[in-house]
Design a protein around this ligand. Structure first.
Ligand code: NAP
Length: 528
């Protein structure tokens, strides 16, 4: 498989004719060939028509064959070998070890969803058998299962070129749910996108899936991205990126004659709360761990610790000087794109010039075009309350420490925060009583609450929530990481008094799929 700069529409490689763009080497800022042709409206229409035509057949594929399809995608990605890793490192500027780890996560996610599909629990099959003798009214026979929503538009994320892009968490969970996927590739890593897209395309063919199960489009967000979200054949959207683009997509989706859900992951500053005993006794160790988390991947994580809240005093001063010293040792890091670097530098420069913000530390000065220094700032509780811009996400290695006069003020500031993906408590046993008072406020605002850790490093599992109230995500009732992500792309259908021969396999009386079902409200385990 070679990068040719083509769109992938169903099984066809198609030369896009709506302008052409190039990948940029993140480290040098130089163009990398070949040129990528942008999708036209006709290309978008063909991809949507194919996806819609595929939907009914794809969602009724057997659990076994759908699971094998997901596993085939995983194997094909691994088969791309160093070609994929080299290109991804070049396009993203992220270190090789990180990209190799991300490939492992991507493949692991696909395999996890294969297991989820095989088990069949996601169908949530329920049967309330008829009770013809029930008085005063006979009870009907009622059976429920979940089906896929329909074709899903996925926007690849710049900061996870593998794990949240073409075959990433949104795509894997939508395919697992029985939804065809059309990916709008991120312009930051088009070559990586095409290689992974070809791996999916190959799996569609070898597993005998309907042609329109997957397509990949290059093009601008405003035209091709919004065009997808407007198309009546698209029934849901998965997005990771800026708050601006996410909210625009929400408006587009809401304005359709048939509005659809947009699962947009946008901005979060992930507050870290330092409690007095922990700060006093372990401040130095926490500070070093904080700087590691802050600067990981040039700070380009949605779970980056962008805000520290603590009571002012000598322990906090020591924490700040340890963190500043640790930051000063951190080499400059390459950002994903020149645009993301520019936004970061502008935001950091605004902070440096803010009359109520003190610059506490900076990392190494960069030596190549797209490198940046980490930044650490502090402010007062009053300023944090009065200047809303201090609550805004700075995407990159920048964090703000708020010096609170007391615990009550710290709690009030937590109450003033927007919705967050994560929050972290640094606590010793002596802090538990104080921490308990904060939990209700944190639960109302956060998707994942950590003790003595940082939100970077998101475990892909069954109990993970990577989501949170607006604006961290558009819909805090779901997660984009972990097996529960499949729920975003499903909806329930009930069948009343349906003849046995017309019932879907999941609901037939003999349980031919051998899945767990809820019968008369009680979980009935499938025979082993
Ligand atoms: P972005 O600008 O939101 O772009 C993400 C995707 O959305 C791209 O495919 C982009 O297409 C598309 N898009 C952009 N504007 C759009 C619009 N008005 N309508 C429809 N689609 C649109 O995000 P980014 O390029 O990854 O990074 C820019 C900034 O986003 C960062 O500096 C950071 O602030 C934020 N960000 C946050 C997170 C997070 O997890 N919190 C992650 C990534 C980025 P094109 O650009 O190709 O046109």
């Amino acid at each position: 498989m070679n990068i040719a700069g083509n769109l992938l529409i169903g099984q066809q490689p198609v030369r896009g004719t709506s302008g052409s763009t190039y990948a940029i080497d993140a480290a040098t800022g130089e163009r990398i060939g070949p040129a990528f042709g942008g999708a036209t409206k006709e290309d978008l229409d063909t991809a949507c028509a194919l996806a819609w035509a595929a939907f009914d057949a794809y969602r009724e594929t057997s659990l076994q064959s759908r699971a094998q399809f997901l596993e085939a995608i995983a194997s094909n990605i691994l088969d791309l070998g160093d070609k994929l890793i080299d290109r991804c490192v070049q396009e993203s500027g992220l270190p090789r070890a990180r990209i190799e780890g991300e490939r492992g996560r991507t493949v692991g996610q696909l395999r996890m969803f294969a297991e989820i599909v095989r088990a069949g629990d996601f169908l949530e099959a329920r049967i309330d058998p008829a009770q013809p003798e029930r008085k005063p009214l006979a009870r009907v026979d009622l059976r429920l299962r979940h089906i896929g929503l329909g074709p899903v538009a996925v926007f690849g994320a710049s900061n996870f070129p593998l794990a949240f892009s073409v075959a990433g968490g949104d795509t894997a969970s939508a395919l697992a749910a029985g939804c065809p996927v059309i990916v709008k590739a991120h312009s930051a890593h088009p070559g990586t996108s095409e290689l992974v897209g070809m791996a999916i395309q190959k799996a569609v063919k070898s597993c005998g899936m309907p042609e329109g199960t997957f397509s990949l489009l290059f093009g601008s967000g405003r035209e091709i991205g919004q065009g997808l979200v407007r198309d009546p054949r698209i029934k849901a959207v998965g997005f990771t990126g800026s708050r601006h683009a996410g909210t625009e997509l929400l408006s587009v989706a809401a304005a359709r004659p048939e509005p659809i859900p947009v699962y947009a992951e946008m901005s979060s500053i992930n507050p870290v709360l330092l409690f007095p005993h922990a700060l006093e006794t372990r401040g130095d160790a926490i500070a070093r761990a904080f700087v590691q988390s802050l600067t990981l991947g040039a700070g380009q994580f949605c779970t980056n610790p962008g805000l520290i809240l603590a009571v002012d005093g000598s322990a906090l001063e020591k924490f700040i000087s340890s963190a500043s010293a640790a930051l000063a040792d951190v080499p400059a890091a390459t950002m994903l794109t020149p645009g993301i670097r520019k936004t970061f530098e502008q935001a950091v420069s605004n902070m440096c010039g803010h009359p109520h913000v003190r610059t506490e530390g900076r990392g190494f000065v960069g030596s190549t075009p797209n490198q940046v220094q980490g930044a650490l700032f502090s402010t007062t509780a009053d300023a944090f309350r009065n200047f809303p811009e201090l609550q805004e996400e700075i995407f990159g290695a920048s964090s703000l420490i708020v010096r609170c006069p007391d615990m009550q003020t710290m709690l009030e500031l937590v109450e003033s925060l927007d919705g967050q993906l994560t929050s972290a408590l640094h606590i010793d046993e002596e802090d538990h009583n104080d921490a308990r008072r904060f939990l209700p406020a944190l639960e109302r605002r956060t998707g994942r609450i950590l003790a003595n850790g940082f939100g970077t490093g998101v475990e892909v599992g069954h109990a993970m929530v990577h989501g949170g109230p607006y604006p961290s995500t558009a819909d805090g009732r779901s997660t984009s990481v972990g097996s529960n992500a499949i729920c975003r792309f499903l909806r329930p259908v009930s069948y009343q008094d349906m003849p046995e021969s017309l019932l879907p396999a999941a609901l037939k009386s003999g349980n031919p799929l051998n899945i767990n079902r809820r019968i008369n409200g009680k979980i009935t385990l499938a025979p082993k």
